[in-house]
Design a protein around this ligand. Sequence first.
Ligand code: ADP
Ligand code: MG
Ligand code: MG
Ligand code: MG
Length: 403
Amino acid sequence: AKYDQYFLMKPEDVIEYVKDQLDVFGPDADLECKEIGDGNLNYVFRVWDRKSSASVIVKQSGDTARISDEFKVSIDRNRIEAEALMLEDRLAPGLVPKVYKYDPVMNCTVMDDLSDHQIMRGALIKHEKFPLFADHITTFMVNTLLLTSDVVMDHKEKKDLARRFGSPDLCEITEDLVYTEPFNDYKGRNIVFPPNKEWVEREIYGDQELLLEVSKLKFDFMTRGQALIHGDLHTGSIFVRPDSTKVIDPEFAYYGPMGYDTGNVVANLFFAWANADATIADPAERADYIQWLEKTIVDVVDLFKAKFVKAWDEHATEVLARTPGFREWYLDTVLDDTAAVTGLELSRRILGIAKVKDITSIADEALRLRAERICLTAAKEYIKKRTQFRTGADFVAAFRRAM
Ligand code: ADP
Ligand code: MG
Ligand code: MG
Ligand code: MG
């Protein structure tokens, strides 16, 4: 039969596939399909019934990245994504799309269509506010991170679970693109905004103290399997509505440091901050939006801490978890990593090959230069002084100092 052997599907194939393999649509459904992917790696198809308006998403992986066949990436990442989504749905109900089917032959996953939400990066660039976001995302992170760690999980079960995640190809992408190349462009792939070149050579590539700290952080990422992290939790992996938040795209899921996820969220809110600073002309409107972003950053850090402590006290099973001072020490290490990864993500999106629209869409050259400098100056402080960030206000203050 047609779907017994893997091939990269076209929209016509996907229509046939869902008719054949799913019972979501009735026999006389009038299906239409469109490829809507805009990410770097995979193909995303939306299939809908013209009659009932029912719809699903089919996400399929190919054996090279969608943006460039320079990246060979194992198609097993689709299994990782499907399993991560199902686990996250149990740990953090309502905060991820439902998975209807994972197909290990076609390497595709069928899931909820979230077209009634918006990708958060685009919404933030339009300067929209999401008052419940900080509450939702901190529940997502505390539940998926702490509840998959040795603090809560049986240590043997955790080791079994850890073996199911961590695509070596995708880990290598993170090791290179996040931890190495922004600071040591050994593959010559960085793309530096020309007006910023000299400054970057001096302040980033020339900073040996920064490189030493980044080297330590890279080895920490590779060797400290603390919790099942999402691994790609930027604002392009989050769908939002005023009343709802859904996290997608966990194909990078991997046992690594918890701060990798929290730091990604914080850094990407700062990209929105830099975008607002550069692009909102009216001073009162600009101040108002930046104030909302700052409150959101403060809430992400402080609500994460509060929920983490509460979940620890409720769910910890590790015999030493109640040793006086241990929980505080552990949470401090997560905050160190949050600060460090905030700095890494701010750096890599400006210097590396995978850019963010928040920055690249700033049309005015001088304003873009200013935005990049603020992000990179703050990034250095988050990385080098990572043990000094203990509250949400500490994170915001460092970004303001960099202005
Ligand atoms: P990639 O792994 O290639 O980055 P993503 O999972 O991020 O792929 O999806 C790429 C795009 O496809 C998203 O930015 C979004 O526009 C769309 N998309 C992905 N999943 C869904 C979904 N469940 N519902 C609606 N649109 C989706
Ligand atoms: Mg994506
Ligand atoms: Mg995307
Ligand atoms: Mg992806």
